[in-house]
Design a protein around this ligand. Structure first.
Ligand code: AHG
Ligand code: MN
Ligand code: MN
Length: 413
């Protein structure tokens, strides 16, 4: 039997009233909720997930794994319900991505819309967002969700809206889901691997929005609700990614190691293929968009130059692998060892990746596999987002190589 020593302190936050979807809802007016507007996040709970030998046995299905987790950890029972929805959604998205290559599917190409971040949305960005949103909300366990493809967080508890009326909100534990429904979607038309990234936080009940409040009266309360999604990665209770590639993979952490499942299409089930994944501590692969090299910070340039020339700390000559789909690049990094990065540069000081639904969940997985994830100067998991689509520089992967980057930044300070 294995006990996690990792105590996860969970945020107490709140519920209510955001959706960009229906006229009856109040959309939060600014994505930049200043930190002073947001109530402090009280830490309320500690969970120590317990796993047993069933959870470490290759071949068990994700359903069986989650039943075991729920039995051993009754306080996580409702979290495992969310994973039932994630399991189903990843299978459905597998089929969507796979079928997209057929002319009859008509799901490739652009939607003709631009998301709040100014990016052209692909049809599959929109379809997978809707699919995942519906799968999660109908668990009745979701309070708020935030997605790359939603302008603002979507509330599923408060506000009698036409959208929320159709949802059965159960009593009991509720969660906040943050996700990137189709990561690497620019690659999808070419049949190159894509993925889905999901982070799950606890949802607090201390946000009582008066259903009768109007206009400015609601602002403070809504800011408190928004705080549900603006939690640092250290508050995550779970994170997962699905990778749509030669197989579909589902990798997850509940704060007690990383568990990798592979979809067996003959039985339609995810089966455990690698329990307790650990990233090699040493490596010889780096994975970054080298077209930006000239604009990177000097410490990073120096370290990468050393890796290229074999004059770095390990005296090993590195090779380069870069798909341009974070999920695919991080998955390979976890299995083979390596360093994945999307650093800040002179043009985009915070890089490209989004903290809430890309940086933090993938950092949680990386750390749980024994790796490091940093901006170069601070741990990604400890950054509290100030707004939903905030970007963050990321360097993550094998311990010794990432440490070399951190040492270079420290020496430059
Ligand atoms: P998304 O498709 O969700 O917008 O994310 C794309 C991200 C990430 O998957 C990848 O690591 C990175 O963008 C690639 O960016 P470049 O094309 O600038 O290398
Ligand atoms: Mn992405
Ligand atoms: Mn995306």
């Amino acid at each position: 039997m294995k006990f996690s020593l990792c105590a996860i302190f969970l945020a107490a936050s709140s519920a209510n009233a955001f959706t960009s979807q229906t006229a009856g809802n109040r959309a939060f007016s600014s994505l930049h909720a200043a930190s002073t507007d947001i109530p402090s996040m009280a830490r309320s709970q500690t969970k120590v997930p317990v796993f047993d030998e069933v959870c470490d046995t290759t071949g068990v299905t994700l359903t069986r794994f989650m039943n075991e987790v729920a039995m051993l950890n009754p306080e996580l029972r409702e979290l495992t319900t969310l994973f039932g929805a994630i399991d189903t959604a990843c299978k459905a998205m597998t089929n969507l991505v796979k079928r997209s290559q057929l002319p009859s599917s008509e799901t490739l190409g652009y939607q003709g819309e631009v998301n709040i971040q100014g990016e052209d949305q692909k049809k599959l960005d929109v379809i997978t967002n809707d699919l995942l949103k519906r799968a999660l909300r109908f668990t009745g366990r979701l309070g708020v969700l935030a997605s790359e493809e939603e302008d603002v967080p979507v509330d599923l508890v408060g506000g009698a809206t036409s959208d929320s009326q159709e949802i059965v909100i159960e009593e009991g534990e509720k969660y906040v889901a943050v996700f990137d429904p189709l990561d690497g979607s620019s690659n999808v038309d070419a049949g190159i691997p894509t993925g889905t990234i999901i982070g799950i936080y606890e949802h607090s009940e201390n946000c009582d929005v008066d259903p009768a409040c109007v206009g400015d009266e609601c602002t403070e309360q809504e800011a408190q609700c928004l705080a549900n999604t603006l939690q640092p990665g250290t508050n995550l209770v779970a994170a997962a990614y699905c990778l749509y590639s030669s197989s579909t993979f589902l990798s997850l952490t509940l704060g007690n190691g990383v568990y990798l499942f592979t979809l067996d299409e003959t039985i339609g089930e995810f089966v455990l293929s690698k329990p307790d994944v650990k990233i090699p501590e040493d490596c010889n692969i780096y994975s970054m968009n080298e077209a930006n090299f000239d604009k990177w910070d000097k410490p990073l340039k120096d370290v990468v130059t050393g890796w290229r020339e074999g004059t770095g700390k390990s005296e090993t000559r590195f090779t380069s692998r870069y798909i341009g789909s974070m999920v695919g690049d991080v998955h390979r990094t976890l299995l083979y060892g390596g360093v994945f990065g999307y650093p800040g540069d002179t043009k985009n000081v915070n890089g490209k990746l989004r903290l809430l639904y890309e940086g933090a969940p993938m950092s949680f997985i990386m750390e749980q596999a024994g790796g490091i994830s940093s901006t170069g100067k601070e741990r990604v998991m400890e950054i509290t987002p100030e707004y939903v689509h905030q970007r963050v520089p990321v360097v993550m992967g094998s311990k010794n190589a990432v440490q070399e980057v951190l040492d270079a930044y420290a020496a430059d300070a």
